[in-house]
Each structure stands twice: as C-alpha cells, then as structure tokens.
Unconditional design. Structure first.
Length: 228
C-alpha cells in the first residue's frame, strides 16, 4: 500500500518584499516630483488670480471715480445753478446789444453812417513824399483833423487840392493849419541820416475848437516827433 507524503510548506517559500528601501526611495522621489509640479502649477494659478484681482480693483476704482464725477457734475442743484447763470449771461448780453443798437439809432454815439467815405477818400488821394500819421473824425460830419508829414511843404497844398476832388471832402474848409519844419539830421553811426521834412496838422469845423478847449498847453516840438 503506497502513501503520498506532501512535503510543500508555504513557510519555506521565498517571500517578496514590497517595501524595500529602493522601492520606498523611488516612491518618495515620484511623490516629491509630483508635489513640486503641483506647487508650481498652484503658484502659477495664484499669480494669474492676483493679476486679475489687481485689474478688477483698478477698474472698480476708475468706475467709482467716474460715478462720483458724474454725480457731482449732474447734481440737480449744480445743473440748475449753471443753467440760471447761462440764462442770466445771455440776457445781459442781449440787453447790452439792445442798448448799443438804441444808441446807434438815436445818434448818441455820433455819426452812425460810419467813416468809410472819409477813409476811402484819404486812401484814394495819395501823393509820393507825403503821408498821414493821424486821422480824427468827430461826432459831426464837419469835425475833422489830420496830421502828417511831407518831404516838402508844397506837397501839403497839392494834397489838399486832391482832397477837394472827393465828394466827401469837397467844399470842406480846413480853418486850422500848422506846419513845422525839421532840418535834416545826420545818423549817429555815419550812415544815411534823416532827411529834412515838415510836420503838418489840419483841422476842419469844430475839431479845432474842441481840441483847443480840451488839450493842455502845447509843448515845444522836437525833431522826429509825430502822431500815431
């Protein structure tokens, strides 16, 4: 009679070690790499969120300032005050223009037809060697004063003869006249000096009387003096 004897014993099998030092070192290395990657990604996300938060904060502050400015500019009281000021300014300007128009229509300011006829006559009648330095036209058409200079005295008479051909100046007597002669003056640096010339003043109508009543005592004339 045969008998089977089982000599297998699990205790004698070579056991595999799953938690050896090398395996644990590898696991720790993988874990460290994973943690580093996760930390880097988290830090990157945090940087993006901080930038977005700063942008949102700046936008919020800008909108807040715009809202405050809008509220201040369009406050009911301020808008009403500015509107009232604008209306008052416009009314004052209209009143001033109406007053000026009334003065022009009533002749308070003098000759309301303007002085274009006189100025046109003076512009058309010119002669070489004589020029005007001052034109004064009074409130009335018979009040006129001229001042100027000429290289010779006879040029003043020729200019007056030309003025008499103009309709605005025809028949107008110049009852006041003065002519002052100035000799030639050499230049200080040796260059061309000032030639001899005459300075004349003509007045017509009440202008001479008005000037005599209003003007202070006349001072002595000096070479080179003129009127603008």
């Amino acid at each position: 009679m045969s008998q089977q004897i089982n000599l297998f014993n699990p205790l004698f099998l070579k056991k595999k070690r799953y938690f050896s030092a090398a395996t644990m070192a590898q696991a720790l290395g993988v874990l460290a790499v994973g943690l580093a990657a996760f930390y880097g990604y988290a830090r990157y996300q945090e940087t993006l969120l901080e930038a977005e938060a700063q942008t949102a904060t700046r936008t919020f502050e800008a909108e807040k300032a715009r809202l405050a400015k809008f509220t201040a500019d369009f406050a009911p009281g301020k808008a009403q005050n500015e509107t009232e000021k604008a209306i008052a300014g416009t009314q004052a300007e209209i009143a001033a223009r109406q007053a000026l128009l009334s003065q022009l229509q009533t002749g308070v300011l003098g000759n309301t037809r303007g002085y274009s006829a006189f100025l046109g006559a003076f512009a058309r009648r010119t002669r070489p060697g004589v020029w005007l330095t001052s034109i004064q036209i009074g409130s009335g058409e018979d009040s006129l004063a001229l001042a100027g200079r000429a290289l010779q005295g006879e040029l003043v008479s020729e200019l007056l003869a030309q003025y008499k051909l103009e309709p605005a100046l025809k028949g107008r007597p110049f009852n006041g006249m003065s002519i002052v002669n100035y000799p030639a003056a050499p230049a200080a640096g040796g260059g061309p000096g000032l030639p001899a010339y005459v300075e004349f003043r003509l007045s017509s109508g009440r202008m001479e009387k008005d000037r005599a009543d209003a003007a202070p005592p006349a001072a002595s004339a000096s070479p080179g003096a003129g009127e603008g």
